[in-house]
Design a binder for this molecule. Structure first.
Ligand code: PLP
Length: 434
């Protein structure tokens, strides 16, 4: 009797054999055993379905290993701008712009004349158009770089006059006073932690003054017996006023009444405004400089500007963000609590018969990431037993929530509605109670 075809399932290499392959074993060290195993079982599955031969399983698994690097995660923390999660997620339009700019582009060439052109003019023009009060604009790598450029060009070897209430640590141990002094400028501290008056600033001015700096307290609040001097008053002092607004709001947002915006600060008399691109603007990491045309031109031509030059991908994403300001950040900030509740209820209803002991609970989301420290956003979350936190964080599609009093809260405010299904799938991948 002739041999029948060998059942392909019998010849698919076993998992432990595959994991002993040096390339897959090396991947375990960086990606973790679970992820490599998942890749291996998908390759085995393809062989069982006859899509690839049993001899090809090993190479197929190696080829399917995810590239090492940052992993995409679902932000169910309820923190809109989460620094550890990369702050603002880019809009699909900005992502498409990055992809389009990844090859050769006309970033520094005028195609109509064939001559060299101003680098990143699309982004710069869009920024200038968004803030007509600015005489000129420039873009560098991040908000800190914008401050360094301003301090170096305007105050190296001279003094920056700043309130003691605005000597801010921005995070991870980095402090603005240290950053500013690293440029060779000296800080002339005035006033007290809780109160600084116009007279305090005026008394500190002299021939050594480079500029007066106003820093928005973007990640803390001082309450009680307090008084700060607004830009409008500082502008009467007769020296340049640099306003570090932090969050990158270009125009006021009624939802965030205490958050300064670039247009308002310039109209109040700031000579220069500095801000981040990846906070409330919802764009890529970048440092925005807007203000007096002559001054911005000086900054642009300063030798240090070359070291802080922003790359073509950032410029592409920034231009797209400015042209299409409906960013995921804006959507998360302005999400309607009623709609969020419906999404969470739907999620719970679709978790199966026992519903995984999930509950639908009200939650409080925050802006985070250096913006609107006092603002609380009404939100809704799926509440699960705390034991879900680690497997969801380390799973195939990581979901980050917030643990509150023994429960894991998955706040959907910062999760795009299109990803609700991914959250459900991730929850269902966690083994349930027996
Ligand atoms: C965030 C922030 C910075 C730093 O900006 P990066 O873009 O993170 O470099 C500086 N000043 C203020 C007030 C900020 O909020």
């Amino acid at each position: 009797m002739a041999d029948g075809p060998v059942d392909p399932r019998r010849r698919v290499p076993r998992t432990d054999t595959l994991l002993a392959d040096p390339r897959l074993a090396a991947a375990i060290a960086t990606l973790g055993r679970d992820r490599v195993k998942a890749v291996v079982s998908r390759a085995q599955e393809r062989a069982r379905h006859g899509e690839i031969g049993p001899d090809e399983v090993r190479d197929a698994a190696v080829a399917a290993l995810p590239a090492p690097g940052p992993r995409a995660v679902l932000n169910a923390t309820g923190v809109v701008l989460h620094t550890n999660l990369g702050r603002a997620p880019l809009s699909p339009t900005a992502v498409a712009a990055i992809v389009a700019a990844a090859g050769h582009t006309d970033v520094e060439l005028d195609l109509s004349t064939g001559r060299r052109a101003r680098r990143g003019r699309d982004a710069l023009d869009a920024l200038a158009a968004a803030v007509p009060d600015a005489g000129a604009v420039h873009v560098v790598n991040n908000g800190a770089a914008a401050l360094v450029l301003a301090a170096t060009a305007l105050a190296a070897g001279r003094e920056i006059v700043v309130s003691r209430g605005e000597l801010v640590e921005i995070g991870d141990g980095f402090r603005l006073p240290d950053l500013l002094e690293s440029t060779g400028a000296r800080l002339r501290e005035v006033g007290t932690t809780n109160r600084t008056t116009l007279a305090d600033y005026a008394a500190a001015l002299g021939p050594q003054t480079g500029f007066v700096l106003k820093v928005h307290p973007s990640n803390f609040q001082v309450t009680g017996f307090t008084s700060a001097t607004p830009v409008r008053q500082l502008a009467t002092l007769g020296v340049p006023v640099v306003a570090d607004i932090g969050s990158g709001l270009l125009a006021p947002d009624p939802l965030l009444p205490d958050e300064p915006d670039a247009a308002g600060s310039l109209r109040a008399g700031a000579t220069l405004v500095t801000a981040s691109g990846d906070k409330l603007l919802g764009g890529p990491q970048a440092g925005l400089l807007l203000g007096d045309a002559e001054l911005v031109d000086r900054l642009r031509r300063h030798p240090l500007a070359r070291a802080l030059r922003v790359d073509k991908l950032t410029l592409a994403a920034l231009a797209a963000t400015l042209h299409h300001p409906d960013t995921p950040t804006r959507a998360a900030l302005h999400a309607d609590p009623g709609t969020l509740r419906q999404r969470v209820e739907r999620l719970r209803d679709r978790l199966g018969a026992d519903g995984r002991k999930a509950e639908v609970v009200p939650a409080v989301a925050v802006v985070g990431g250096g913006g609107a420290p006092g603002v609380e956003l009404d939100s809704w979350a799926l509440s699960l037993p705390e034991r879900y936190a680690a497997p969801l964080r380390t799973g195939e599609r990581p979901v980050l929530g917030r643990v509150v009093r023994g429960r894991l809260l998955l706040d959907l405010r910062c999760v795009p509605a299109a990803d609700d299904e991914a959250v459900r799938a991730a929850v269902l991948r966690v083994p349930g109670d027996d």
